[in-house]
Ligand binder design. Structure first.
Ligand code: I22
Ligand code: ZN
Length: 199
């Protein structure tokens, strides 16, 4: 297959993964956004974490909350746990890589806060530990997963929401996760600040 055909196939695969996800994910995304919106209105915040591309997704979400998404509105409280290399390297060096997010959740998380945990496999140990710690801190969890949800499924509690992309390719799951994040931002802005003119 030549490179142009290969690109076309990747586009087609990405479009298909979104089409295959929309019906099952739409109500779950709506529930997740409602949870985050309610917690923000109550004065809580969102902590986000993930590895690799999902670390980028965690930061993408927090920057759209802290700064803005598509409209002018007040800044919203969110912290990505993936950005402070001094903290990340010292926790990994002194304790274990598994603890890099959990230790931050324990320090910063307050009852009623939300953890946005992003893992395409649902099997990354540092994400599993972050979820356990969020529960210890009486936080709820929004989990973005794929591939059957992995071990994360067994860690979730009743107040949590799992947005599981029905796909097996890490890249395709990440592409849907980014759309999920933009849906969350749109729904949170609408819940907190109303419909925008013309939307
Ligand atoms: O972006 C990609 C692959 O598209 C990679 O960096 C990927 O995020 C890394 O391999 C992660 O460590 C995968 O972790 P997870 O999604 O299984 O929790
Ligand atoms: Zn990637």
């Amino acid at each position: 297959m030549d490179t142009v055909e290969r690109v076309k196939r990747l586009f087609a695969d990405s479009i298909r993964s979104k089409q295959e996800a929309v019906e099952s994910l739409a109500p779950v995304i709506a529930r997740a956004a409602r949870t985050i919106g309610e917690r923000l209105l109550a004065g809580n915040k969102v902590l986000s974490c993930g590895n690799g591309g999902s670390a980028g997704d965690a930061q993408h979400f927090s920057s759209e909350m802290l700064n803005r998404f598509e409209r002018e509105r007040p800044a919203l409280p969110a912290i990505a746990l993936t950005t402070d290399t001094s903290t990340l390297t010292s926790i990994a060096n002194d304790y274990h890589y598994h603890e890099i997010f959990a230790k931050q959740v324990r320090a910063i998380g307050q009852p009623g806060d939300v953890l946005l945990a992003i893992s395409t496999s649902g099997n990354s140990a540092n994400i599993l530990r972050a979820v356990e710690t969020a529960h210890d801190r009486e936080m709820s969890v929004i989990a973005l997963t794929g591939k059957g949800g992995g071990s994360l499924v067994g860690k979730l509690a009743g107040a949590d929401t799992e947005v599981r992309v029905p796909a097996n390719s890490t890249a395709r799951i990440q592409e849907v996760h980014l759309l999920v994040i933009h849906c969350l931002c749109d729904l949170i802005d609408t819940q907190l600040f109303g419909e925008e003119n013309g939307t």
